[in-house]
Design a protein around this ligand. Sequence first.
Ligand code: IVH
Length: 662
Amino acid sequence: MGQHVQEKIAALRDELRKHEYLYYVLDKPEISDLEYDAMMRELQALEAAHPEFLTLDSPTQRVGGKPREGFVKVRHSSAMLSLDNALNEAELRDFDRRVRDLLNGEPFQYVAEVKLDGLSMAARFEEGQFRLAVTRGDGAEGEDVTDNARTIRTLPLKVPTHLPRFEVRGEVVMLQKHFAQLNEERERQGLPRYVNPRNSAAGSLRVLEPSITAARKLEFFAYLLLVDGRPAYDSHWESLQALQQMGFKVNPNNKRVNDVDALYAFCQKIETRRDDLGYEIDGVVAKVDSIPQQERLGWTAKAPRWAIAFKFPARQEETVVENIIVQVGRTGALTPVAKLKPVFVSGVTVSNATLHNEDEIQRLDVQIGDTVLIERSGDVIPKVVKVVRQGIDRRKFEMPKQCPECGSDVVRAEGEAASRCLNSNCPARLKESVLHFAARGVMDIDGMGDVLVDQLVDRGLVKNIADLYDLTLEQFLTLERMGEKSATKIRDNIDRSRQQPLPRVLNGLGIPFVGERTAQILADTFGDLDRIATADADTLQSANEVGPKVAESIRRFFAEEHNQALVERLRTARLTFTHEAKRIEGGPLAGKVFVITGTLPSLSRDEAKAKIEAAGGKVTDSVSKKTTYLVAGEAAGSKLTKAQQLGIPVLDQQALLDLIGQ
Ligand code: IVH
């Protein structure tokens, strides 16, 4: 039996590694998240039942090990120095001239790479296995963050290579979307927001609790490959390719170029794409490609002479806060927004900046009349970085006691950062709800933007999202700037949205805590809207990733009379309420056959069966070769013996619950 289980474990690990690589490094997943999670849980259960087969390079070890007392200092194999900067084209050309002079006119090439704005880290591998990760620290010595680094999915834990040992250096970053999610979550928990993705990546890598790092979803981009502190190949470009072949994430924009003109063109091109990358960059790094040439160029005390960082100008400007207003969102949250004296920031005129909430205003100590530094980062809305000068007649912002849209009371609940309008029929909330429902990626109703929604709501034509489906061509034609052609188009777009699949409908309803991913999981698990709407909190929690908070929020939403009426009207409008596709194969236990025997510690046989079935598994009575797992409790008898003879893995109650994700 040992043999059988060990092979199964090895096969699962290989599969998981393959899918991690496809998902995280290549961004081309071949299986759904649910299938991936199910495989991971299967491996976890097997390893829990057979700790003798557990190894540190297993994909399960990414979930985060035990907390530590403190960080151990480690010396770097060679110094991690920084780079000299070029702040404009002239300085870049100066650098190129120095290189050419020092190389006596010999031909050479540059490798141009994006300069990622995160924190650098060195990862050491022996016999293809990840062994140690060290932060940059002071350049000579850094901190051992091995357990935390292991949770980074783009850092492979095991790689195919002929090198007996090597070191990869690269940058740890947090994607802007994960940064935004993290801050939203922190706001919900009443915690202060992180200022930017770099700080939050640094904070997430240097925590003593690896499970926190795991939850933060960091990425590692590799940019140097060393053996014994020296480059592994004679060409840097070749090193990058070797890294890519081993399964590391190497930035896809990197390019080898022939001269400084092409290098500068690369810098300009990357700068125009800065907003679209999904992560923060602050420039371009150019490195002489040939390592023998690098060695001839050598180092100054601080930095290599063979490389330069071309820095993009900071996307920050000073301006005056002329007013602070509040905007009411879909959930009723009041967001303070600074109205700015318009200012040009790297190509865009900025006149609004978000201030998030009262705590943030207090942290910044910003008042109306102050001169502030604002920054455009990857986020859509610019933000206030700090107050540069206090205004002479500065005026404090006060959160209004009444909603500026509907006059209802505004309340800030204890432990919450947000103040909210309590009126669920507030027109501002309705407008935001309609915009969310119609948004791209939700119901995809093209043309349903601010201007149209304002008119529809203000004229009373739309009182809830279901009203959209009753709008007639004539009604559209009464609106401002609406001709026959555009009216027909928008009505057709609304019509077509009836075909959007259930996960989008669910997301569109705007249930608190139910976004795109949770909506997908709910649809996959329960297969139709009515089952979700009538489920109790326990049943809802049988879905993957749905905890008590989310379950309660869903339950409360569907218990509300107005929402029930809304659902009925959407049904009449023939929206998609069922979801065939992945219902069966989507559950975490899909395709698995269980037999239950003996007395389980806290679940009755029926409860265990219900849980397995809710997760997509099947329960049969007798053990055969088709049985995937035997779940065994106290006083298990002949079924246990038979399973052992057939080499079928045996789970206890806890292992079963782990497998389901509970
Ligand atoms: S090469 C000697 N390549 O920028 C070579 N660095 O000021 C040193 N960085 O500390 C690093 N992207 O954290 C290199 N593609 C890239 C980079 C990069 C970001 C960071 C790195 C380093 C700093 C240098």
